[in-house]
Write a protein that binds this ligand. Structure first.
Ligand code: SF4
Length: 366
């Protein structure tokens, strides 16, 4: 019989907090670039973590026009950022005409392919990290191994890349804004589901990266039942995408309560963000939805297993990290090769007192 160690709960994630101690007009580029082209990242969570860098550039260099080339997965994340002037999908790259006059390009992904696309497309002044032998394709290659050695949060990866052009940039939390028309549609959806006016808990039980990041669906169902039993006014919204809608279907079928609604993978990202913005607490695996909740400034709890919250924890400062200490974590694997103990030992019994305390505190001010 294994001895189950106590739950590890951190009240604050180890993400740097905003700072104002930065000169607003420094650049190591010689001149401040008029145009910034960014090759964006492919994962929703990574895209959210790259936003503070763009926000700092906008704030310190307000005249800069910011264009982002994004994948289909992240084009909407960058599109919902109030500081991005133009977003274009990666498939349209061949038709893109670049303004080369006083412009700079930041390559956020690490892949050889991304540097190749920038080089082939004639992007001006291409700055990226040295990796996979792609330095010859870049105008300036930064030391990736050196950055990795420092063991910093992922958001610093993007900031340090941009600082090689702009000089010191302020730290901040990511900001997203849901379009008003989408929020109105989300309100109507909640009204139709008889959930309007209730305290709403958003639950995101999936993770596109792989099953290793997923807390068991039976645990989620158990926790949802406890949440509903604890307060007759509370409602639960189950979020999922197309690929992991089976999880929310399982949970919805298992709980079978009128105060639970599942979006069943049917919403586009701006619609999901709008609906999420109307919720009051986010319970999630380490996933894109967790980062979106942080960027919306929502409080919540994130269940971590094979990944490292020091490296990719949510920003925003209001998400509690829940994890069970096991020796094999972090392994960063998509699928667990052993018994998934990092998640299985993190039982509903262990985390429920913490979740209930959070919800009690929040409902007092709702
Ligand atoms: S190897 Fe360990 S940390 Fe990785 S998924 Fe399995 S139990 Fe979790």
């Amino acid at each position: 019989m294994l001895n189950v160690p106590s739950l590890s709960v951190k009240d604050k994630n180890p993400v740097p907090r905003p700072s104002d101690n930065v000169s607003p007009m420094t650049s190591v580029f010689g001149k401040i670039p008029d145009r910034l082209y960014v090759y964006g990242v492919n994962w929703i969570g990574d895209a959210v973590l790259s936003l503070p860098t763009l926000q700092a550039i906008r704030r310190q260099f307000p005249e800069t026009f910011i264009s982002v080339l994004a994948s289909t997965q992240t084009v909407d994340v960058y599109g919902l950022s109030p500081v991005v002037d133009e977003v274009f999908p990666v498939l349209s790259r061949s038709g893109k005409a670049f303004s080369k006059e006083n412009a700079v390009s930041l390559c956020f992904p690490l892949s050889f392919r991304s540097a190749w696309i920038l080089w082939k497309g004639g992007w001006p002044n291409r700055i990226g990290y040295a990796f996979e032998g792609r330095s010859l394709l870049l105008s300036r290659a930064l030391d990736y191994a050196g950055w990795k050695m420092k063991g910093q949060h992922q958001s610093t990866y993007y900031r340090e890349l941009a600082e090689s052009v702009y000089g010191p940039l302020a730290e901040s939390d990511p900001v997203l804004s849901a379009p008003p028309e989408e929020r109105e549609k989300a309100r109507k959806f909640l009204r139709d589901q008889h959930l309007e006016g209730r305290f709403l808990v958003a639950v995101n039980p999936g993770a596109y990266y792989g099953a290793a990041k997923m807390w068991p669906s039976g645990f989620y169902a158990d926790l949802v039942r406890r949440i509903l039993d604890d307060d007759p006014d509370i409602g639960v919204v189950l979020f999922s995408g197309e690929k992991d809608r089976w999880v929310t279907r399982d949970i919805a079928a298992s709980v079978s309560a009128s105060r639970v609604v599942s979006i069943d993978g049917a919403l586009k990202l701006p619609e999901s963000v709008a609906l999420l913005s109307l919720c009051h607490y986010v319970l999630s695996n380490d996933s894109g939805m967790m980062h979106l909740g942080g960027a919306l400034g929502l409080p919540g709890a994130a269940l971590f297993g094979p990944t490292d919250p020091v490296a990719t924890g949510p920003m925003g400062g209001r998400t509690r990290i829940l994890r069970h200490p096991v020796r094999c974590s972090p392994c960063f694997l998509r699928y667990c090769p052993i018994d998934h103990r990092c998640m299985l030992f993190l039982t509903p019994d262990l985390i429920w007192p913490t979740i209930r305390e959070d919800l009690d505190n929040l409902r007092r001010t709702h």
